[in-house]
Design a protein around this ligand. Structure first.
Ligand SMILES: C[S@@+](CC[C@H](N)C(=O)[O-])C[C@H]1O[C@@H](n2cnc3c(N)ncnc32)[C@H](O)[C@@H]1O
Length: 219
């Protein structure tokens, strides 16, 4: 399959998914609270480390309807920007977060493979979206993000991982799920080092294990 097809198929898939919490979580809307609680613990840990990031501006990548922005990032950060390639999700995010919410920053309607950050971010949060990028675009995206980090800035990645050493392709939504080993190789190629990582607890047994990684520039 060409990469164009890979990206188009994913965009078509999401164009037909309802703009709801259950929609963006693939029918697992009921795990949202557990997911957010696990993310809060991880973010608290990052923000209480030595030389923590500031809490001025965060970026939510593959933001969907703004579930992570509203429930996780906005309580911590002065402003949150969102990147999302599906137009109906972006429009719903404005309602879900509240277009007049002072914490709502810029909304970028673009795929991460083409996104170039224009500001400096304290935290760049990427959740359940990086499987829609091929390895080449993922490395390039992470490099661009690393160049857009403020002092002590951190990139957080929260993604499904395979339990095997193999990458798995899902033709339903045109995505890949990577083994942790491959994720680590990708981070290395993007010149990022893993500061902290943890597995999300209390998820249903039948879904992929979910891991969080806090990444900083490897000087
Ligand atoms: C599983 S949902 C997760 C949404 C959100 N991160 C959350 O946790 O609630 C995946 C999201 O990634 C978006 N997406 C898929 N491919 C993308 C791409 N290439 N660039 C940006 N967003 C993409 C979809 O439109 C969808 O909103």
């Amino acid at each position: 399959m060409t990469d164009n097809r890979f990206y188009k198929n994913a965009a078509n898939y999401w164009a037909n998914v309802p703009a709801t919490i259950d929609g963006v979580l693939g029918g697992y809307g009921h795990i949202s609270a557990v997911d957010i609680d696990g993310s809060k613990l991880f973010l608290n840990n990052i923000l209480s480390s030595d030389n923590p990031p500031s809490t001025n501006l965060a970026l939510d990548c593959g933001a969907g309807i703004g579930r992570v922005s509203k429930n996780l990032l906005m309580p911590y950060f002065q402003k949150v920007d969102l990147v999302e390639q599906d137009e109906k999700f972006i429009n719903t995010a404005k309602n879900y977060i509240g277009a007049n919410n002072a914490k709502l920053g810029s909304l970028y309607h673009v795929g991460l493979q083409d996104f170039v950050p224009l500001k400096e971010y304290d935290v760049i949060w990427c959740q359940w979206v990086l499987g829609y990028l091929n390895d080449y675009d993922l490395i390039a995206f992470l490099k661009r993000c690393s160049e857009a980090l403020a002092v002590n800035g951190v990139i957080v990645i929260k993604e499904n991982t395979t339990s095997s050493d193999n990458l798995e392709y899902d033709e339903d939504d045109s995505s890949v799920t990577r083994p942790i080993k491959l994720m680590e190789q990708v981070f290395d190629k993007a010149n990022l080092r893993v500061m902290k990582s943890i597995k999300q607890n209390n998820l249903p047994d039948e879904i992929y294990p979910v891991h969080m990684f806090a990444l900083a520039l490897n000087y």
